[in-house]
Structures are given as C-alpha cells and as structure tokens.
Write a protein that binds this ligand. Structure first.
Ligand code: E4P
Length: 214
C-alpha cells in the first residue's frame, strides 16, 4: 500500500518525507489556497520534493479548458499527474490526456459506478472521497470496497486513492480493502504512529533500565 500526503505545505511534506514512508502527494485548489502563493509556483515547489506522483488539479470545468490547463500543468515536472473532476467533460479530457501520455487522477468520486466510468475512460488514479461521504451519513469505505471489487472483476489497472481521509480507522479499512493508496493529511500521519500504550511501555522500559546494576 502506498502512502501519499494530502497537502500543498512544503514543511509538512518534508516532515512526512523524513519518516521514510512517503510515496507521493495530492493537492487541490483548497489546499493550495492555504499557502498564499501563486498556484503554479506552489505546484513547482512541492513536485520537486518527491520522486513519486504529484496530483495537480485543473480549475476549468469544460473539455477544452481542462485539456489546455492539464497540458500546461504536466509540463511543470515529469511526476505531475492531472486531477480532473468526475464530470462528462472531465472523462473526455481523461481520454485525450491519456493519448498525450499524461496521467490523470479523477477526483470528486462518490460512488462505484462513477469510478467504473473513470477507469473505462483510462484514468491512472481514482479518488473516492470517504470522509465527505461519512459527513453526510453514508459509508465512504463501502464505496472503496465496491470499487476494488469492480476493478478486480475487469482487471482495470486504475489505482484507487482513498481520499478525504479524516482518521486512522479510514487507513486501516483502506488497507484491509486492498486500496492501492491512501492520501493522508499530515495531522493523521502523526496519529497513525502514536499509541498511548507504546508511550507508557517505553517510559517503563527506560525507568527499569536505570535499575540494572552498572
Ligand atoms: C485529495 O485528493 C482530496 O482532494 C482531498 O483528500 C479532499 O479532502 P477533504 O474532503 O478533507 O477536503
């Protein structure tokens, strides 16, 4: 299972990278807006920080606009893939960008049939938003399970990125379901390492070591 970080903050990326378990980055316009610098400048900076895939999202919602923007963003660096919204023009854009040799991450996916459509269009990645589904009292992880089954039934090689992750439980279920990737906010990266019994156990070992005759 691959771990991406869901951020446009270079300091968070550097810290996650230090852990030695970072495989890629996802961004979106909301995350970039928090940085307070121009869109392209931020994407250029973060994509230089890792060798793995980095998702850069288009702002246009029409086919021509998405193609134009996607081609421009893809020029930033070889590891950039283009995030395209799961709408009709988006699926058309995925097919065209694929024929250009540009990878895509189809975003804002909320059910498994949408994910089937994205795979048929040739998406490299699909991003089901589990947290936002949970927020409206639907089971986000059920959608991931269904997508895994559908992709396996038909041998689609589109990779599933579990997105909109809110807590460690989302990551556990994503792993059990066989999702390819979890894109994790920095705050959750920290949570998944920690357990109170680890801290208590470690303190006791250190204390007891002091009792050993020197
Ligand atoms: C990543 O690809 C998504 O844009 C992101 O995970 C959305 O997360 P949110 O629902 O917390 O905004």
């Amino acid at each position: 299972m691959k771990f991406f970080i869901d951020t446009a903050d270079i300091n968070e990326i550097k810290k996650a990278k230090e852990l030695g378990i970072l495989d890629g980055i996802t961004t979106n316009p909301t995350l970039v807006s928090k940085i307070g610098r121009p869109y392209r400048e931020v994407l250029t900076e973060v994509s230089g920080e890792v060798d793995g895939p980095v998702s850069a999202e288009v702002i246009s919602v029409d086919y021509e606009g998405m193609i134009k923007e996607g081609r421009e963003l893809a020029k930033i660096r070889d590891n950039i893939n283009i995030k395209i919204p799961l709408i009709e023009d988006g699926l058309r854009a995925v097919k065209t960008l694929k024929s250009d040799g540009i990878k895509t991450n189809v975003t804002l996916c909320f059910n498994s049939v949408q994910a089937l459509m994205a795979a048929k269009a040739g998406a490299s990645f699909i991003s089901p938003f589990v947290g936002r589904l949970d927020d409206v009292s639907e089971e986000g992880m059920d959608v991931v399970e269904e997508i895994r089954a559908i992709y396996d039934n038909y041998c689609f090689d589109t990779e599933i990125i579990v997105a909109s992750i809110r807590n460690p439980l989302h990551i556990k279920i994503a792993a059990l379901t066989g999702a390819d990737i979890a894109t994790i906010p920095f705050s959750v990266f920290r949570q998944i390492i920690k357990h109170p019994l680890t801290d208590v156990g470690l303190a006791k070992f250190i204390e007891d070591y002091k009792k050993i005759p020197k």
